[in-house]
Design a protein around this ligand. Structure first.
Ligand SMILES: [Zn+2]
Ligand SMILES: [Zn+2]
Length: 259
């Protein structure tokens, strides 16, 4: 099983990282994709410590839309920073999370868009898949992805929370769709519907730790070991074995982010 999106190099895990990794091993996670924020020096340093303890990790590096404002005067600098961090960390496989967040609007929208574009262009130069974060910004996200030719890059819409129509748009541009703990919430009926219909060869699972712990851990700090709950709920919704889900999502992850 694989957690395809987590933030275990963040401060929430600084005190007990070895125990978190041990529980992930016990849960038989083959890999985890650890997201590093290119503008967050402590997180990047901690990333190196994560590798020392667990060489099964892979990294994805990006400037999150929340942080885009730091690069308002020079969006290309965001991509340059990402490039530097990727070069310094040999286990980097993806570029992200990048995208648009109009829910929080922490950075002006035009700045978010420019920083997003610059990073997609870098992904083209490096031939890396991208990890997309999008919230309440569906149309602009797809427009930019199309304008920047991202269908040739591939990647994943992480923590997907859209409806069937949006899932269709993700699949139409050749991207994968990753489900997080929200799919375990009783009221997430539309998302459960998406979990039933997404083709198995386009599905990934994730925790987005430390956020969004699945039922029955809801409200607590999330961690990679809990990705098994996401797999179990999707298996139940589709009426297949958990192994079927983990085999498919492992293979999809391997295609995108391994070796
Ligand atoms: Zn995100
Ligand atoms: Zn994230």
């Amino acid at each position: 099983m694989i957690d395809s999106h987590c933030h275990i190099a963040g401060p929430e895990f600084a005190d007990d990282l070895p125990a978190v990794i041990e529980r992930a091993r016990q849960a038989r996670l083959a890999h985890v994709l650890v997201i590093l924020a290119a503008d967050d020096e402590p997180e990047i340093e901690q990333g190196a410590k994560v590798v020392e303890q667990w060489d099964a990790v892979r990294f994805s590096v990006g400037v999150h839309p929340h942080a885009a404002g730091k690069f308002a005067s020079n969006p290309a600098e965001a991509a340059r920073r990402v490039d530097d961090v990727m070069n310094a960390q040999p286990l980097t496989r993806g570029l992200g999370e990048i995208g648009l967040d109009y829910h929080y609007d922490f950075a002006p929208r035009d700045v978010q868009q420019q920083v997003f574009r610059e990073q997609i262009r870098l992904a083209h130069r490096l031939s890396r898949p991208i990890v997309i974060h999008t919230r309440e910004a569906e149309d602009d996200t797809f427009r930019i992805l199309e304008e920047e030719g991202a269908q040739n890059l591939g990647g994943v819409f992480h923590c997907f929370t859209g409806d069937r129509d949006m899932a269709r748009r993700v699949l139409d541009i050749g991207f994968h769709l990753s489900l997080a703990g929200i799919v375990t919430f009783p009221r997430a009926l539309e998302l459960k519907e998406v979990a039933r219909i997404v083709p198995l060869d386009r599905l990934l699972i994730e925790t987005d730790s430390p956020f969004l712990a699945p039922v029955p851990h809801r409200g607590k700090r999330n961690e990679p070991a809990y990705v098994s709950r996401v797999a179990a709920v999707i298996a139940e919704l589709r009426g297949v074995s958990v192994e079927r889900i983990t085999e498919a999502t492992d293979a999809n992850f391997a295609r995108l982010f391994v070796p």
